[in-house]
Design a protein around this ligand. Sequence first.
Ligand SMILES: [Zn+2]
Length: 560
Amino acid sequence: MENQKNLLFLLATLFMTVVLQAQKSDFNRQDSLRGTINEERSWWDVLHYDITVKPDFNKKTTKGKNIITYKVVEDSHGDYMQIDLQEPLHIDSIVTDDAKKLRFSREGNAWHVQNKISAGKKEGKITVYFNGTPREAVRAPWDGGWSFSKDSLDRPLMTVTCQGLGASIWYPNKDHQSDEPDNGATLTMIVPNELTGVANGRLKEKREHNDGTTSYTWEVKSPINNYNLIPYIGHYVNFKETYAGLKGDLDLDYWVLDYNLKRAKSYLPNEVHNMLDSFEYWFGPYPFYEDGFKLVDVDHTGMEHQSAVAYGNHYKPGYRGRDGSGTGIGLLWDFIVIHESGHEWFGNNITTKDLADMYIHEGFTNYSETLFIESMYGADAANDYNWGIRRGIRNDRPIIPEYGVNAQGSGDMYTKGSNMIHTIRHSINNDQLFRNILTGLNRVFYHQTVTSNQVHDYISKKAGFDYSAVFHQYLKTTQIPEIVLFADAKNNRMYFKYDNCEEGFNLPLSLVGKHTHLKIFPTTEWQSVEVSNDQYVLFSAPRIEKMYYLTPKVLNSLKE
Ligand SMILES: [Zn+2]
């Protein structure tokens, strides 16, 4: 048996090597230009974006500009800076703050801009003018771009979705997750008078022009992910309220299509207050009090656009009336309000530098659903939900793919990521500490971009146990470890070990009953522990599975 297994392992390794090499060669120069901080990107750090856009609904074209303010962060550097703007959009001209026109050349979606700056210059500004027919969203928000849609009354409704695809699908910028504009951004939309423009942060200015258009300028003060800066243009109306939160009064704003106003007023505030009660408890203060919190009506399902969350859940509990967990618990609350707002902490407050680490956004936010359920309906409901969503895990490929090429891992980053966090939480078996870890992450990495290793190291340090082998197992392999158990009733001993896992997998198991508990430290070698009669139940397979994403395997003899 053992030899056969070794042979299989060898074959599997060979197969994986071939697959990985095939994958590697699938990435091209464009992927590297987009996904790597190369020498044309590393010397400057974005301080601010000031975007103006004028979409033409009938022609499905846009034109505009982005004034990019940057800080020089490397003393010696070349004369080029890379600006990203995706085809088929086009850059017309680029002008510096001292009115100098810059030369540039296009290499696909990357633009090499010759910007020789004088030695000792600490800060600079360029204005990039663009126009053209942008890519249209195919299936927003997953396959994004500009949406030139119509609302239920057949009137224009426009927005953008671009996570993964990249903000350079609609405006010129440094399109890499590691560089957020440190001092925030402003977004001006020039629209026909009958339409209203909404964006992130707060409305700074509304100006009517004499050509039948109005410009709306919104300003966000906090650093923001490029893909979260989003225009919303339609027949919007608004209502406001405040939430008494951990950092004082938080302004809540709801921008909804005029015909939705009544049902929005009776439905949304309750969901939002429940969400904030739960998430401020588990994660700490909402991270963007300065910019307020908003929900904005859209015709796609929703997106976590910072301080202007896109809402398209039809004012119904569940995920447009469905429950991904199959338990019924997912039908008790509004999936989009909860999930997309959860990203304000994981995704928007804490952002990953590389798209490969996207599970930090999606896994933790998926787990925010479980925590929300715990706040509202208790721990049993939360555990059932987390167990229920496990049916969606495919284990098709690793959650963390290759770095540096703008690659995205398996969709398992949601439910499997969440189940891994659930697993580690029960291993720690101290909810006060677990909560301190979650609030600590949001405090220590406040408004920062991080690597998953920074997050993992923080969790291990606070938990007092090195979970790196556990993170590796769930994030970089597709094997789900077995916990192999044998009860030796005659001698009052329980035998246990891990199988179907990497050599160093060492997840400690806290097994907790009503009146008794045990903590064991299984490895891939057999170990045993003395158990009393009432402790056998701690090893029951369904019980272990609810708390841990493991496959229990109970043997009748040690020889199996
Ligand atoms: Zn999400």
